[in-house]
Design a protein around this ligand. Structure first.
Ligand SMILES: [Fe+2]
Length: 412
C-alpha cells in the first residue's frame, strides 16, 4: 500500500503529542530525512568509551545513524572520529570492529591515510613512465578522511557531523549533565563485554521504551516480582528543557506481597531465584536511587540498574530495524568482587536478559502491529497530555516531550 499518495501525509493528527502517527515509524522518506536532520544534524551521538581505544593506533568501527565512522586514537593521544569512507571512491576502509593500526589503507586502490585521517600516499600518483597519474594540481591535503566534531566527558565519547555543534554541556543541560556525571564521574572505565542484537522495529521505539516508566510495572515480570522497578516504589521522571533527553529514576523494593503487588498478575510471590547473587545489590552512588536510566538523544541509553552499568547504542538500519549494541562496563579501580557482581547483574540485560528480552520482543510486536496501519496513531495520554516532570511512574510525558522536539526538528 502506498500511503504516500494519501491526503494528509506527514500531517500531525493532533495539536499536541498525545497522538503519534504510526507513519513516523515506517515511512522511508521520513526516515531518510531523519538521517539528514537528526543523525547528521547538530546532535551529539555516542560512539565509544575512551577505554575502547586506549592507546595510539587503537580504533573502533561504529555508525552514527547509517553513516559508518572510525573512532581512533591518534599518535598525539587525541581521539578522532573519521568517516569510514575512502575520499577516492567511497570504499568503507575499515572492516574490523576493533583493532590496532598504524594507518588505514583502502583495499581498492591502496590510498593510505594516517591516524588523523590525512591522506599520505596515492599509488601511481605521478603515473608510470610518463603516462597516467593524477593531475599536477592534485594535493594530498585536499583529500583526507572527513573528520567529525568530537567531545569526551568522563570517559564517554560523542561525535557530531555538525562543524560547530553546541557545547556538550549545553546540549545536555544542567540537570541531565548531573545524571550523566553521576555515571561518568571521571573514574577510569573498563569494558566488561558486549551484547548485540538486531531488533526488527523502528529506532524511536527503543527511546520511547526507556522514556516509558508505565511499562516497567506491566511488561516486566522480573522487575515486578523482585521489586527492582515497580509502580509502588519511589520514582520520578525528569526531562531537559528541549525534550531530547530524560531520566527515569527509581528505588529498589522487595519481593513482598502487599495491596499493590497482590493485584498484579505479573507479581510471582512464590518465585525463587536459583542463584540470588544475580541481584545482590551494593550501594555505590549518592542518594537512595538504584535505577537511573538516561536517554541521550538521539542514539544512546545510559544504564545504571543496581550495579549493572552499560551504554546501549542505537544504530538504525532502515525504518524497520535497528542494531542495539550494549557495552557493559565497570570502573577500572573496582574490586574483583564488584566486577563479578556487575557481570552477574548484566544477565538481566542484553538480548536474552531476564528483563530486556521483554523489551526487544515487545518492540518487534509493536512494529508489526502498527506497520499495517500508517493512517492510525498511538494514544500517548498516560499521566495527562502535558510534558511536565513527575514523581511517579504512571506517565508517558517524556514520550510526548520527545515528539515535541521531533516535530520541531522534522518540520512536522
Ligand atoms: Fe522495559
Amino acid at each position: 500500500m502506498d500511503h504516500a499518495t494519501l491526503p494528509g501525509r506527514w500531517a500531525w493528527p493532533s495539536a499536541d503529542e498525545a497522538r503519534v502517527p504510526y507513519w513516523v515509524y515506517t515511512d522511508p522518506d521520513l526516515y531518510a530525512e531523519e538521517q539528514r536532520r537528526i543523525f547528521a544534524g547538530p546532535t551529539w551521538n555516542y560512539v565509544a568509551l575512551a577505554a575502547e581505544v586506549p592507546v595510539p593506533g587503537s580504533f573502533k568501527r561504529t555508525v552514527i545513524g547509517e553513516q559508518p565512522v572510525i573512532v581512533v586514537r591518534g599518535a598525539d593521544g587525541a581521539i578522532r572520529v573519521l568517516e569510514n569512507r575512502c575520499a577516492h571512491r567511497g570504499v568503507k576502509l575499515c572492516q574490523q570492529d576493533f583493532g590496532q593500526a598504524e594507518d588505514f589503507v583502502c583495499p581498492y586502490h591502496q590510498w593510505r591515510y594516517d591516524l588523523a585521517g590525512a591522506l599520505t600516499s596515492v599509488p601511481y600518483r605521478r603515473g608510470l613512465k610518463g603516462q597516467g597519474g593524477m593531475p599536477a594540481d592534485f594535493r594530498l591535503q585536499d583529500h583526507g578522511l572527513a573528520q567529525l566534531s568530537v567531545t569526551e566527558r568522563g570517559g564517554a565519547v560523542f561525535a557530531s557531523f555538525a562543524a560547530a555543534p553546541p557545547a556538550f554541556e549545553d546540549y545536555l543541560g544542567p540537570r541531565m549533565l548531573g545524571y550523566f556525571d553521576r555515571l561518568f564521574s571521571g573514574r577510569p572505565l573498563e569494558v566488561l563485554g558486549y551484547s548485540r542484537q538486531r531488533i526488527p522495529g523502528n529506532w524511536k521505539l527503543m527511546l520511547e521504551n526507556i522514556k516509558d516508566p508505565y511499562h516497567a510495572g506491566t511488561l516486566h515480570v522480573f522487575f515486578v516480582t523482585f521489586g527492582l522497578f515497580r509502580a509502588d516504589q519511589p520514582s520520578r521522571i525528569e526531562m531537559d528543557e528541549t525534550g531530547m533527553h530524560a531520566v527515569l529514576v527509581s528505588q529498589k523494593g522487595e519481593q513482598v506481597s502487599n495491596e499493590i503487588t497482590s493485584s498484579l498478575s505479573q507479581f510471582q510471590g512464590d518465585l525463587k531465584l536459583a542463584d540470588p547473587r544475580i541481584l545482590d545489590p551494593v550501594k555505590e552512588f549518592d542518594g537512595p536511587e538504584t535505577v537511573v536510566m538516561q536517554t541521550v538523544w538521539p542514539n544512546v541509553i545510559l544504564q545504571q540498574q543496581t550495579n549493572s552499568l552499560s551504554t546501549r547504542q542505537i544504530c538504525p538500519r532502515g525504518p524497520d530495524a535497528f542494531d542495539f549494541v550494549w557495552t557493559h562496563f565497570t570502573y577500572a579501580d573496582d574490586t574483583p568482587e564488584m566486577k563479578r557482581r556487575r557481570l552477574r547483574q548484566a544477565n538481566l540485560f542484553g538480548p536474552a536478559g531476564l528483563v530486556s528480552v521483554d523489551d526487544g520482543e515487545v518492540i518487534e510486536m509493536a512494529h508489526q502491529g502498527l506497520t499495517g496501519f500508517p493512517g492510525r496513531a498511538a494514544v500517548v495520554e498516560m499521566g495527562g497530555r502535558d510534558t511536565a516532570d513527575t514523581t511517579h511512574q504512571l506517565t508517558e510525558a517524556a514520550i510526548r516531550k520527545m515528539y515535541r522536539h521531533y516535530r520541531q526538528v522534522m518540520g512536522l
